[in-house]
Design a protein around this ligand. Structure first.
Ligand code: GLN
Length: 463
């Protein structure tokens, strides 16, 4: 049995049944991560696992995105600004992971402060797609997806503000689950855009995502936006799925072909797909997302002023020098978003941009709410394009932003969404995305699992 290719759930069971030793599994993943990291750049920090100490997950070590605070372990956000930052506390998600008998195998590479869709905006260099190392792995949770796809971790935590677990899952042939907004506490997550982001999971199989989600979800007194989710797995489904036709424009032909093939195969398994129209406002989703995300980012990132966090002690001079030099450490993408966000919040432009974006968001929310009264979920491709060559995205930022056109919607509406592999093209994987009503996480997971059993490509025991 090749442990490295097993799903998280199978490993947890094998440890429970004493067919595998958690320490040996951890050692195997650790060795492989050390060996392959120079090739894939999946981890910013690899951590030697402790002796396994039992619990639900048996002491198994998993990958964690480097914007989730880990006590005593460097947490950089892939930024020069936090290059040497070691948090004195664990994020709630990490506390819960540990309480369930999990531990940390390493901190994964990402776009700086989670801003990006390809992993190219990392101060530590891009993570590389295991399917072809000249190509991007998707982002911003690039390293988490690469770690799972390359057998360098059994499962990984990521974060998703506008697609950051689903995009890299789609590009690497893994499963990427973004829960309902507020399902998992954001306490200890280094903030990018608070009203949009969630902790998410990248795994080999849908059932893995559910297993870890159950351990992490729940109300947290330290995050007032958390809510209780109905965890009943035996949820009824009607097998009626909506495919909004406004979301199928301008998509790469190869992606659309795989998507249509998936619809046919799933149709044969009893699912009914209705092409629906009428959500015209979706064309404003992307600009609304970038307006809101940049606005929130500009205020969140103002704390890195060279005094409270990061490199302050090493910079001397008056406050202007200190602040100027500290903030010049941000990468180009982060700087441009801080400027854009400051602009859309400034007097005179606030109503023109920010308020309008909030309006679009509320229209989208009601439109999806209405639609999902008659359907279990919405199904669309995850990414409108296939992975691009490393370097191409940076020279064309507009192309990179357009790549988010399908993933930002559930973040604006607070919905659970999951990307699963639906096929391949030219050596790359194509992902399909299910989106449900806020709170319907178990329903979305259940349907995704049925989809996976009909069209799934990644199976236990296969790399
Ligand atoms: N690509 C999107 C952005 O750059 C989403 C990133 C994310 O989900 N963190 O904002």
């Amino acid at each position: 049995m090749n442990t490295l290719s097993l799903s998280f759930g199978s490993i947890v069971n094998a440890i429970k049944e004493k067919k595998l030793s958690a320490d040996e599994v951890n050692e195997e993943f650790y060795e492989r991560s050390i060996k392959l990291n120079p090739k894939y750049n999946a981890y910013i920090t690899v951590v030697k696992p402790h002796a396994a100490s039992g619990g639900e997950f048996g002491g198994i070590a998993i990958a964690v995105k480097d914007n989730i605070s880990t006590k005593g372990i460097r947490t950089t956000c892939a930024s020069k600004v936090l290059e040497n930052y070691v948090p004195p506390f664990d994020a709630t998600a990490i506390e819960r992971l540990k309480a369930a008998g999990g531990q940390i195998l390493g901190k994964t590479n990402m776009d700086e402060f989670a801003m990006g869709s390809s992993g190219e905006n990392s101060a530590f260099g891009p993570a590389r797609n295991p399917l072809n190392t000249d190509y991007v792995a998707g982002g911003s949770s690039s390293g988490s997806a690469v770690a799972v796809a390359a057998g360098m971790a059994p499962i990984a935590l990521g974060t998703d503000t506008g697609g950051s677990v689903r995009a890299p899952a789609s590009f690497t042939g893994t499963v990427g689950f973004k829960p309902t907004y507020g399902a998992i506490s954001r306490y200890g997550l280094i903030a990018y855009a608070n009203s949009l982001e969630t902790v998410g999971i990248i795994s080999k199989r849908v059932s893995d995502a559910r297993l870890l989600f159950r351990a992490l979800a729940g109300v947290d007194i330290r995050d007032s936006t958390t809510r209780e989710i109905d965890m009943n797995e035996n949820v009824k489904i009607s097998k009626r799925i909506a495919v909004p036709k406004e979301l199928l424009n301008n998509i790469d032909e190869r992606v659309i072909s795989r998507f249509n093939e998936a619809l046919n195969r799933l149709g044969g398994a009893g699912f009914v797909f209705d092409e629906v129209g009428g959500i015209n406002e979706v064309k404003y989703a992307l600009p609304a997302y970038y307006t809101i995300a940049c606005a929130e980012a500009s205020t969140n990132l103002s704390r890195y002023d060279g005094i409270k966090f990061g490199t302050s002690s090493r910079i001397e001079g008056n406050w202007r020098d200190v602040m100027g030099r500290a903030r010049s450490l941000f990468g180009a993408e982060v700087k441009s978003r801080i400027m854009l966000g400051t602009y859309v919040l400034s007097k005179g432009f606030y109503e023109t941009y920010y308020i309008k974006a909030l309006y679009v968001r509320s229209i989208l929310r009601s439109a999806f709410e209405r639609l999902l009264k008659s359907y279990d979920a919405v199904f669309i491709p995850t990414m409108p394009v296939l992975p691009w060559k490393i370097g191409e995205g940076i020279s064309d930022p507009e192309k990179a932003y357009m790549a988010d056109v399908l993933t930002v919607i559930p973040n604006l509406t607070g919905s659970p969404a999951i990307s699963i592999p639906i096929g391949s093209s030219g050596g790359f994987k194509v992902g399909g995305q299910l989106i449900g009503r806020p709170g319907d996480d178990m329903k979305v997971l259940r349907i995704a699992e049925e989809f996976e059993s009909v069209i799934g490509e990644v199976k236990d025991g296969e790399p």
